[in-house]
Design a protein. Sequence first.
Length: 575
Amino acid sequence: MKSHSSYWQLLSYIKAQSTTIIYALICTLIFTIFWPLLAWLAGRMANYIGQGDVISIAQLAGVAAVIFLLRGIAQYQQDTLMAQSALAITLKLRIIIYAHLQKLSLNYFEVAKTGDLSYRLTEDIDRIGEVVNKFFHQFIPCILQLIVVLGYMFYLNWQLTLASLLIAPLMAVLIGGFGEQLLKFSRRSQTRISNLSSLLTEVFSGIRLVQAFAAEEYIIQKFTEEAEQNKQARYLAERIKAIQFVVVGFLEAMSVVFLFFLGGWQISQGNLTGSEFVSYVAAVALLIDPISITTSNYNEFKQGEASVDRVFELLKIKPDVLEKEGAISLSSVNGKVEYRQVSFSYSSNKTVLKNIDLIVNPGETIALVGASGAGKSTLVNLLPRFYNTDAGKILIDGIDTKELKLKSLRQQIGIVPQETILFSGTIAENIAFGQTFFDLKEVKAAAKIANADRFIEELSQGYYTYVGERGVNLSGGQRQRIAIARAIFLNPSILILDEATSALDSESETLVQEAMMRIMQNRTVFVIAHRLGTVRRANRILVLEQGQIIESGTHEELLEKKGRYARFHAQQFYN
């Protein structure tokens, strides 16, 4: 592999497995040494066969059996050790990439394709593991075999060997050229299969919408187009390989014909005996597999290089939200929140929040209302530092959030989102999400406060009921109450309720509202709601418009002002 090859990025991972790899290479050397012995035995046997010496043939057969046995033991050790190293490298790389993705900011995931990320973490990394395994398990042994056997061939007759090698440079140039073409088409193919994977992820997660709009034919057509493009890209790569095997195979065949011609000439000149020529031909035969495997490996290495590029591309992406050096932990929180001249934009040409000044006292409930796009969710998303502010500061108990460790900051903030996300696992694991070890009593206590304990106890296995991916076997109200229980379990000092009842029926909404009233006690709470009935009890209601707070007050005060809030209220309750 050349110095500019993408595989150099794997060097540190390979070094971590250097001890195992060295042991494997020792076994490879032992395995390789036996190859010229087998060629020598073939020549000696041919000699004794010509003489009819059965005893000597039997003795050589016994030696050959021992050689094959020792060779097999060395090969087994080499294979298992290299598989162990390759799998360890794959595991470490997969964990490092996955951990790196967890540190990336939300704005990256808002544009990244889930299917593409999944493909890189699975198929691309598996391909890298296969390449590493084949490099040490096949490529290096084959190169050593070529060196050792060629050395033996030079020992038998250097003139014949030099003549035979005249075609080698041409083959190397051809293989290199084919390899570069394969790399280009492999990159194209892997991009296509990532697009296909992304499409599958989108469709399967939104299958309800597909069926609701009777869009099956439309989706099938899109899938067919992506699959066809993937097929074309893969076909071009396979066609390059097919051409290569034909060209290289023809050159190999011509080399064998040339070899017999030269061998006959060397025998006629008295430079080679018949038995030595048999041994020489046996050595040439031992080169066929290494050459074929090396050619095949080179093709796979070129294809794998595209996977290396795609995987290490992810490591080059830096998170926007970073902890500063010497960041402090937030051990306990009273709950005072301050926004000082805070401005924020998702892109340079559109400001979402403009010079927000806000002080929220401990235990106060703040409701945020306004039209879609006014900046309500953005305002609360800045509090746990899902994004960095463009200007200004956000403080908790007088401490700038940028001075805090992210984990300690976010552990003090409970969030109940509009769209409840449940993960595959038990209900208890979902309530205690993020905790490897937890007390079931605390889980049950959180569920009781969230009005979820009754329906959970009625399930087949109670808190150990498996909820399935995205919690599809639960109703919307049940999922939302589990989300509330999850927020309660953290026992946060600050709570964010983001449209927590917007998609519920009236019965579920009543249960969820009761649960929310319980968890809001003695906490600083931010409530986002379109339904104004859910914000009446707030200590203050803030009306946002175009990223600015245009009204502030209690429900009654804002109605008396007869401003924007009063108009919202009239539209909902009197129209």
